[in-house]
Design a protein around this ligand. Structure first.
Ligand SMILES: *[C@@H]1O[C@H](CO)[C@@H](O)[C@H](O)[C@H]1NC(C)=O
Ligand SMILES: *[C@@H]1O[C@H](CO)[C@@H](O)[C@H](O)[C@H]1NC(C)=O
Ligand SMILES: *[C@@H]1O[C@H](CO)[C@@H](O)[C@H](O)[C@H]1NC(C)=O
Ligand SMILES: *[C@@H]1O[C@H](CO)[C@@H](O)[C@H](O)[C@H]1NC(C)=O
Length: 466
């Protein structure tokens, strides 16, 4: 897991094959990361500052920038030593920020997972209304933490309402066996509705686990991840696609369910290996012309597959393309701006955060080009860990072309139900940040930038489609 996290860093290539050499290098990396982490970060580094400047000319962003400037992003120094228990688990390794993040006894834990006291309470927010605080507990209109992890948002035109679907994980975290990943039994897919993208009403579990039949895909001992819902204009059905797996992730299939209403309940239709291949992290994307696509990590997560769905959205067709071959990406989130397709992905490091990449293409089936890390602001550690989170969805902000909400999960492997949501503004503007592989340096796409904000809100004029 951790080795993969380090793959993208330059220092990795310098690490010698001898153990002592690599230990020294990793100690250095650890120190550098820690220094970066604790150094005062309201002074942005040059790279971040330039991008910031460029994009702040974007008129729709002014308000976001102002909010940001009012706030100092400050991370207090550590209050004590790491817990002895964590030290025992990995005695030879230097502490890195990622270790601190994953260590449930870390003294820094409150920085990544602020306590309930600081929750976003949408029912009693006063003049804090409409502010997003990435990483804080987010309460629904009943005062309960929102349970919609690995989720996505559907805008329902009929009811002019947003629906947020995600994994309902309000159960105990455990390991199915010693080497298994931390997990929560399937409870189901949670659904929340909103008019303003900030106040969320719990619509209940719209696709529930199956308690008694242990051969059923939705039996609680299995895995249901990353549910996404799209509306089929031809059939009038709401169609949910989701990753269905067994506890050791060897089944690697994708499941489908449908409903006549966005609030469900959804009827489960079954699962398959699309195009005959493994399918793990996935998403669906509905294009302007009504054609929907399934995108999934395949071939041991080494490549993404993309292909159109049938007209009823209930199956894949025979058309499939392999994209980002050999890049080992997961958690894909697709969006489109001015005819160009964009995608944000993460690396494959389990629950540990890693560096996001942005990709772009003129055709949804590819070829896709990798543009680089879209994260801007915060400090270097924040940018190299996608703000300690993993992409799940990108939602266009209606009325603000080029402006999106980037939705990510800050997974908490010690207690997955307490994983947090990191929503941040994503802007498509400015030149690409990295030379692309095309020989003639053409086409050059706009940069997709995700801006760190400790606190932000949508532009004042925006209050949804009320
Ligand atoms: C409103 O904001 C001010 C500071 O701008 C703060 O002192 C006050 O406590 C806030 N009121 C509420 C109800 O949050
Ligand atoms: C259990 O689930 C399997 C797979 O969906 C199904 O074929 C079988 O009929 C179910 N058994 C019962 C008793 O419902
Ligand atoms: C994975 O789990 C399934 C049951 O959930 C089991 O049948 C299979 O043998 C396991 N495979 C491995 C490689 O552990
Ligand atoms: C989905 O399509 C494939 C061929 O592309 C076909 O073999 C399979 O039976 C279909 N599945 C369903 C549930 O219709």
């Amino acid at each position: 897991m951790r080795n993969k996290y380090r793959k993208p860093t330059n220092l990795c290539r310098n690490a010698g094959s001898r153990f002592s050499a690599s230990a020294v290098v990793w100690s250095l990396v650890g120190c550098i990361l820690l220094i970066n982490f604790f150094s005062s970060i309201h002074q942005r580094d040059r790279e971040g500052g330039q991008v910031q400047l460029r994009v702040s000319r974007h008129p729709q962003l002014r308000e976001l920038q102002q909010v940001e400037e009012e706030e100092n992003i400050r991370i207090p120094p550590p209050r004590g030593k790491r817990s002895p228990r964590a030290g025992k688990r990995r005695p030879k390794r230097t502490t890195t920020v990622i270790d601190e993040f994953l260590d449930e006894n870390s003294q820094l834990r409150h920085l990544f997972f602020p306590s309930h006291k600081r929750a976003i309470d949408t029912a009693n927010a006063g003049n804090e209304s409409y502010y997003y605080y990435p990483g804080r507990i987010w309460l629904d209109t009943d005062g309960n933490p929102i349970q919609a992890h690995g989720g996505g948002i559907l805008y329902d035109k009929k009811s002019t309402t947003y629906y947020w679907y995600g994994e309902y994980k309000d159960g105990p975290t455990y390991r199915a066996h010693k080497k298994g990943a931390a997990r929560v039994d399937i409870i189901g897919v949670g659904c929340y509705s909103s008019k303003d993208l900030w106040t969320w009403k719990n619509e209940g579990i719209v696709l529930a686990a199956v308690e008694t039949n242990d051969t059923h895909d939705l039996h609680k001992s299995n895995v249901l991840e990353r549910p996404k819902v799209i509306y089929n204009d031809k059939t009038g059905k709401y169609v949910m696609w989701m990753h269905i797996d067994n506890a050791n992730y060897t089944k690697a299939t994708v499941g489908v369910a449908t409903s006549d209403t966005p609030e469900g309940p959804f009827d489960y239709l079954g699962s398959q290996r699309p195009h005959g291949y493994e399918s793990r992290d996935m998403t669906v994307f509905k294009d302007d012309d009504g054609v929907a696509y399934l995108i999934y990590s395949s071939e041991e997560n080494s490549v993404l597959h993309i292909g159109p769905l049938t007209e009823d959205y209930l199956n894949v067709t025979s058309v499939m393309r392999r994209i980002l071959v050999g890049q080992h990406r997961e958690a894909p989130a697709l969006f489109k701006h001015q005819g160009t397709y964009y995608m944000i992905t993460s690396g494959c490091t389990g629950w540990a955060p890693n560096e996001a990449l942005a990709h772009a293409s003129e055709s949804i089936l590819g070829p896709w080009e990798t543009m680089g890390n879209p994260c801007v602001g915060g400090n270097k550690v924040f940018r190299q860990t996608t703000f300690f989170a993993q992409s799940t969805f990108v939602l266009p902000i209606p009325g603000y072309p080029g402006s999106f909400i980037f939705m990510a999960d800050r997974w908490n492997p010690a207690d997955l139900r307490d994983s947090r949501y990191v929503w941040l503004p994503l802007i498509v503007a400015g030149p690409a940040d990295q030379p692309l592989k095309y020989n003639f340096e053409f086409p050059i796409w706009s940069r997709a930038s995700i801006f760190w904000h400790r606190k932000w809100r949508l532009p004042l004029g925006w209050r949804g489609f009320i």
